[in-house]
Design a protein around this ligand. Structure first.
Ligand code: CA
Length: 343
């Protein structure tokens, strides 16, 4: 064993983590959302401690244009908004973050994701509903938490912000990208040397972020399972070799839904599409979403089989996972035997 190998082993043992280029990235999807309510500071701190390389932030705006970390433009599936601000319900029956100021939003309690109609938890085995106290956090609060943890632990965990529904925000009179980009720059995320991937599902906005708003950092085009996005993005065309080459003019990578990479037969055998190899040929990295060991893809026989299909067979460069510890354990020692959650 040479000196480099010994050093690598020591780093591994110390839990410092492996250099990003040596293995795929573990991106904590909404934080350690398998264990704590999504996008809470507690979920982010826990994912940091579990060894994530990047922590994800989904971003929407408040009425007073403050970017907050929430997965949906709606509030009624992760907070008690319906009880605290019943009069804010729109005609469609939903409650929107954009209809509350930050001061109002801060009065809400955040809980594990639930069905707004039935009140039932979306993931029955996860953190109990209504237990402990969690609040909505601003992007700034979360960046301060992550940078603080990076300092106190000596690690350098990156961020992975997503601009949520920019077309809808603009139709409502709020330009979310124009507000988020300068804030990221203020916290040191502006170039490809900075540990940040900016992501979005809308093709027009990805182009605008690069060409009009001058974003010079990493940029990832998210790709839905469906053929077309609500904003008109044509994912079928985008996923052809020519479409990927065109996308590579503005983006550094794609973030496709798992089903676009691997599907399973009735016998439980994985079938791998050409998407990853086509994306690599176009010079794009591939960060797929989402590994959930408590909700495996259709017919996928086990969490181990899922990790093998994505990493060993398809060769993706990173993954959004609800279970940072499980994915990290598999990547560091895929043949060492499965941790309990992988069985
Ligand atoms: Ca997201």
């Amino acid at each position: 064993m040479n000196l480099k190998n010994i050093l690598g082993l020591l780093l591994l043992v110390a839990g410092v983590g492996v250099a990003a280029e040596s293995r795929p990235l573990v991106i904590a999807h909404r934080g350690a959302s398998g264990y704590l309510p999504e996008h809470t500071l507690a979920a982010k701190a826990y994912a940091h401690a579990l060894g994530a390389d990047f922590l994800e932030q989904d971003l929407v705006l408040t009425k007073d244009d403050v970017p907050v970390v929430l997965h949906d433009i709606y509030l009624d599936t992760v907070t008690d908004v319906a009880m605290r601000f019943p009069e804010r319900k729109r005609a469609d029956g939903r409650f929107y973050a954009l209809d509350l100021t930050l001061v109002e939003l801060k009065q809400l309690r955040v809980t594990e994701r639930f069905n707004a109609k039935t009140g039932a938890p979306v993931f029955a085995g996860r953190f109990p509903a209504g237990q402990a106290e969690f609040r909505v956090s601003t992007l700034e609060e979360e960046l301060q938490l992550i940078q603080g943890l990076n300092r106190s632990t000596g690690r350098s965990v990156g961020i992975y912000p997503e601009i949520k529904q920019p077309q809808w925000h603009r139709a409502q009179g709020h330009d979310i990208s124009k507000i988020v980009l300068p804030l990221l720059a203020r916290y040191g995320y502006a170039t490809k040397n900075d540990a940040c991937f900016l992501q979005c599902f809308e093709e027009a906005e990805v182009k605008r972020i690069r060409r009009e708003l001058g974003w010079q950092g990493h940029l990832v085009m998210l790709i839905e399972a469906s053929a077309q996005g609500a904003d008109g993005t044509n994912f079928t065309t985008m996923c052809t070799p020519a479409g990927l080459r065109e996308l590579a003019k503005v983006a550094d990578g794609i973030g496709p839904s798992l089903g676009r990479i691997a599907t399973w037969t009735d016998k439980g055998e994985a079938k791998i599409s050409n998407l990853v190899s086509d994306a690599h040929a176009a010079g794009l990295v591939v960060h797929a979403y989402t590994i959930r060991v408590d909700e495996l893809p259709k017919r996928c026989p086990s969490a181990v089989a899922l990790h093998i299909a994505l990493f060993t067979m398809a060769g993706i460069d990173g993954v959004f996972t609800d279970f940072t510890d499980v994915t990290r354990a598999w990547l560091l020692a895929p043949h060492a035997g499965a941790p309990a959650r992988l069985k």
